[in-house]
Design a binder for this molecule. Structure first.
Ligand SMILES: Cc1cn([C@H]2C[C@H](O)[C@@H](COP(=O)(O)OP(=O)(O)O[C@H]3O[C@H](C)C(=O)[C@H](O)[C@H]3O)O2)c(=O)[nH]c1=O
Length: 176
């Protein structure tokens, strides 16, 4: 696993190290010890899959409020997405800054998002699927959100959403 620091402290793109032979390839998709060696304490307790049949489906921007703030390792297992992490950490020098990484099943790359950041993605292909690993379980009552096109963030999505939930389309302007 190759950790590439992103322009948000504690956020990383993680690139695979494929072992290739005549059968194909094998690569490690998570390793607690390799994360620790990269300075990231991460012990997942829940995994989820997000399935998105249509291109330009947008989900986000979401986070869980304290005490359920989670760290996430997110990997695209089908198709490709533009994945966005947004810094909402109180006192952070990069607060309201976002980073965007194209994740694809073909590249085998992933993004690690630290606690206190919002997450969202726009699918770039039909039939895009993401696998999430989180270190805090889903806490329905502590889910929070902000709007994908909120002027407070200036996220360049490459395209407007063709598919988005009513909830995600109507989050109020961010007042944090
Ligand atoms: C997140 C989650 C949802 N659910 C249930 C709740 C609903 O009945 C259904 C869909 O939930 P929701 O509309 O919140 O799903 P997304 O809009 O994809 O939410 C996720 O999308 C953004 C981009 C994220 O980063 C988060 O992982 C998460 O907020 O799955 C669960 O049972 N467990 C879960 O962990």
């Amino acid at each position: 696993m190759i950790f590439r620091a992103l322009d948000l402290p504690g956020a990383f793109e993680i690139l695979p190290e494929r072992a290739r032979d005549e059968r194909g390839a094998f690569f490690r998709s998570f390793c607690e010890a390799e994360f620790a060696a990269a300075g990231v304490a991460f012990r997942p307790v829940q995994m989820s899959i997000s399935e998105n049949p249509r291109r330009h489906t947008l989900r986000g921007m979401h986070w869980q409020a304290p005490p359920a703030e989670e760290r996430k390792l997110i990997r695209c297992i089908r198709g490709a997405v533009l994945d966005v992490a947004l810094d909402l950490r109180a006192g952070s020098a990069t607060r309201l800054r976002h980073v965007a990484v194209t994740l694809s099943a073909e590249a085998g790359n992933a993004i690690f998002i630290p606690a206190g950041c919002a997450h969202g993605f726009l699918t770039l292909t039909d039939d895009a699927a993401l696998e999430y690993m989180m270190d805090v379980p889903f806490a329905p009552g502590l889910g929070r959100g902000a709007r994908w096109d909120d002027p407070a963030f200036g996220i360049a999505w490459r395209a407007p959403p063709a598919v988005i939930s009513e909830r995600d389309a109507t989050w109020p302007d961010f007042d944090g």
